[in-house]
Design a protein. Structure first.
Length: 83
């Protein structure tokens, strides 16, 4: 038996319903939403940093070998997502 999952399907559905309600109540709290918003805003890259990165990358090109590897990786990712 896996931890946190009831063997009885009816009890399991009730457990999931209660958990879902608890999460919804928590996320509906405006204070919690504001705090989460503030935390996420702190990870944004400044415009100055973005410009520096842009300038550093100008004029650089990938080698043919690197391009071939990226192409193969992209094709593999497409196959996995479509199955």
């Amino acid at each position: 038996m896996t931890r946190g999952i009831c063997a009885d399907p009816i009890k399991e559905l009730e457990r999931r319903r209660k958990l879902s309600e608890a999460i919804k109540k928590h996320m509906a709290n405006p204070e919690v939403r504001r705090k989460m918003s503030e935390v996420k805003k702190g990870h944004a890259t400044s415009e100055e940093t973005r410009m520096k990165i842009s300038e550093a990358q100008k004029g650089k090109h990938h080698t043919e070998e690197t391009r071939r590897k990226m192409r193969a990786s992209h094709k593999l990712a497409k196959k996995k997502s479509s199955t």
